[in-house]
Design a protein around this ligand. Structure first.
Ligand code: SF4
Length: 321
């Protein structure tokens, strides 16, 4: 996080595990999904092999990122159990899990809380006009359902990451309204740790025919977001989607204090490889910014954890001093 005393930018050394790419939604900007039944699910033994290799690397966060199985599907229970088991496995093997699996029931969220140090769901944009365009075939993208998820995370005391997708057909005012809604929820529950501002960046798979969100507009958006959001919420930008080094620095000067999970592959934007740690350090250096690793849970939320999660985080905190 950026403070007045330091020029520090944080990132999370992460690896993304995808239980399944299948998703019953069809967001037209998606570069991730496959149709239900069209791709094999991750197995626990395959995940274990991946995690074993990661143990000798500097990876802390395991992001469990999944497409969604319909709540009424006969496969829903298997899907949920796989996500739970993957989190449990990652935790047992010494990593800190963070799950983003789309819309969950209250009971599902409650269960996942016991094996995740934090969780996430992009609010994207609240305007209902998108239900007639990019979200026409995406029942999970009903704004009120997503807001409810954020409220449930607050009730359950789950440290939470959310964010906006910029440039998918919203107006500027729509964006401010979405940020204000996040701010309001945070003031009620004090559970939002970071807000991602993700510029729409066209990929090979999507059918949504629109330009990329102009990264040159980002510093202005970040500055306004910084005014709207409470100061204890970090603003995160994905550096691989801001290709111009100078503008990445401008985004940081404007108030973006976090670069998110840096892993070998950006699963959401596979056409935009992550910039790795050393290269990021080089970009930040002319601005006098220091890149510092962080955990997927911000320190102010440590007291919300119990049992194995608490012990795992305490261990990692000593590693990262
Ligand atoms: S963006 Fe997410 S919810 Fe939409 S189709 Fe892709 S995976 Fe599914």
């Amino acid at each position: 996080m950026v403070t007045s005393h330091s020029r520090i930018v944080t990132y999370s050394p992460a690896y993304t595990i995808v239980p399944t790419y299948e998703c019953f939604n069809r967001c037209t900007y998606c570069n991730f999904r496959t149709a239900p039944g069209e791709s094999p699910w991750m197995t626990l033994s395959a995940a274990e092999n991946i995690l074993l290799q990661l143990q000798s690397q500097k990876v802390c966060e395991i992001l469990i990122l999944s497409g969604e199985v319909h709540p009424q599907s006969t496969q829903r229970q298997n899907w949920f159990q796989l996500i739970y088991d993957l989190c449990e496995l990652a935790l047992k093997m010494g990593f800190l899990p963070h799950t983003n699996a789309g819309i969950l029931s209250f009971a599902e969220m409650q269960k996942l809380k016991s094996v995740n140090v934090s969780m996430g769901l992009m609010l994207e944009q609240l305007t209902p006009t998108l239900l007639n365009t990019v979200h026409r075939h995406a029942p999970s993208k009903l704004p009120e359902i997503r807001l409810e998820q954020l409220a449930w995370a607050g009730e359950l005391q789950i440290p939470f990451t959310t964010g906006l997708l910029l440039g998918i057909g919203e107006t500027e005012d729509d964006g401010w309204e979405t940020l204000n809604a996040i701010s309001d929820l945070h003031q009620r529950y004090h559970h939002i740790q970071e807000v991602i501002l993700q510029p729409h960046s066209p990929g090979n798979q999507q059918t949504f025919d629109a330009e990329a969100f102009d990264p040159h507009q980002l510093p202005e958006v970040i500055a306004k977001a910084r005014q709207i959001l409470p100061p204890d919420i970090a603003i995160q930008i994905p550096p691989n989607l801001v290709e111009d080094d100078g503008w990445l620095l401008a985004c940081i000067e404007a108030g973006a204090g976090d670069l998110g999970g840096i892993s070998p592959k950006d699963e959401v934007n596979p056409d935009y490889p992550h910039i790795q740690e050393q290269a990021l350090r080089k970009i930040l250096q002319p601005g006098g910014w220091e890149l510092v690793a962080r955990l997927p849970i911000y320190p102010q939320f440590d007291s919300w954890l119990t049992g194995d999660l608490k012990m795992a985080v305490e261990h990692w905190r000593t590693q990262m001093i």
